[in-house]
Design a protein around this ligand. Structure first.
Ligand code: 7PJ
Length: 283
């Protein structure tokens, strides 16, 4: 670029944040996941997708074997292990890329940890039986996500006294439970859970006030990619939500998110590069 970047204290802080942002690429291996519905359910297709994501600049791959879409049917622990663990093993043997396992089951977590997972991503924030203990026995990173209700019914009538305060207080309790069990604070990441027991208004309020979650002093993750909060606003089906997804990811990052969970890795990496260039030139 022709003009010298500017260096001030405030843009240094912003740049430090942006340089720290990680793109988490979604790899669903469920037969019914809402956005890529079964597309990666065969082994080879999943590996090809991982290779592509790595080429596109992904920082961490998130493998999910349980669909948590509204109304989804539960999967048994045995089936979830069979979907996720062989894939985890082969990814770790072929590629040098951190892998996160999106699960709420203690049995899947312990197998994942045993086979080299780098992060546990739990939409139920380690509230299921045995999860706190399994994670406490390792030093793995864990993302605690907020959800109101359970996937089958969570969109029926979400309600909050104050969405931000309610979620902050949920996290305070979950962080305390983790620490009591011996999970180190340095291992925790929090995510307010867009679309998980939230109305359209709740979701946009959360995005608008996302910076409030910085009060927890933990890394923040935002997962908005292709979600209904975009489809409902834009009246677009899942394959046409890229612009909305990128805009939302950028807003979340500007408000402090340090991990964005996305389907479209190359496009997200580009958007973040633009954001960084802007930060470099801000006086
Ligand atoms: C999220 C997730 C999210 C975290 C899913 C989908 C639905 N994990 N797993 N945050 N969403 N941490 O992929 O849209 O928002 S499943």
């Amino acid at each position: 670029m022709p003009i010298e970047p500017i260096s001030t204290e405030s843009n240094q802080k912003e740049l430090a944040h942006l340089n720290n942002v990680q793109v988490m690429g979604i790899l669903n291996v469920t037969p019914d996941s809402f956005s890529d519905g079964g597309r990666f359910s065969t082994f080879d297709a999943a590996l090809k997708q991982v290779e592509l994501m790595i080429e596109d600049g992904v920082d961490i791959v998130d493998i999910g074997g349980e669909s948590t879409r509204p109304g989804a049917i539960e999967v048994s622990e045995k089936d979830e292990i069979a979907r996720v663990i062989p894939l985890l093993k082969i990814i770790k043997s072929r590629f040098d890329i951190p892998v996160s396992i999106d699960t709420s089951k203690a049995g899947v977590m312990s197998e994942a940890i045993l086979h080299g997972a780098d992060m546990i991503n739990d939409v139920r924030a380690l509230q299921n039986e045995g999860c706190l203990d399994v994670v406490a026995q390792s030093h793995i990173s864990v993302c605690l996500m907020h959800m109101q209700g359970m996937p089958r019914t969570m969109q029926a009538s979400p309600h909050y006294k104050d969405i931000i305060d309610d979620i902050l207080s949920f996290f305070q309790h979950r962080i305390e439970s983790c620490e009591t069990k011996g999970i180190k604070r340095e291992c925790l990441i929090v995510d307010p859970g867009f679309g998980f027991g939230k109305t359209l208004q709740h979701n946009y309020q959360m995005l608008a006030d996302f910076a409030q979650f910085k009060k927890l002093n933990l890394p923040l993750l935002a997962g908005i990619s292709r979600k209904s909060m975009l489809g409902d606003l834009l009246n677009r089906d899942v394959k046409q939500r890229l612009s909305g997804s990128l805009t939302a990811a950028i807003v979340a990052v500007q408000q402090g998110a340090s991990i964005v969970r996305v389907h479209d890795v190359a496009e997200s990496v580009d958007a973040l590069k633009v954001l960084k260039a802007v930060a470099q030139y801000k006086s």
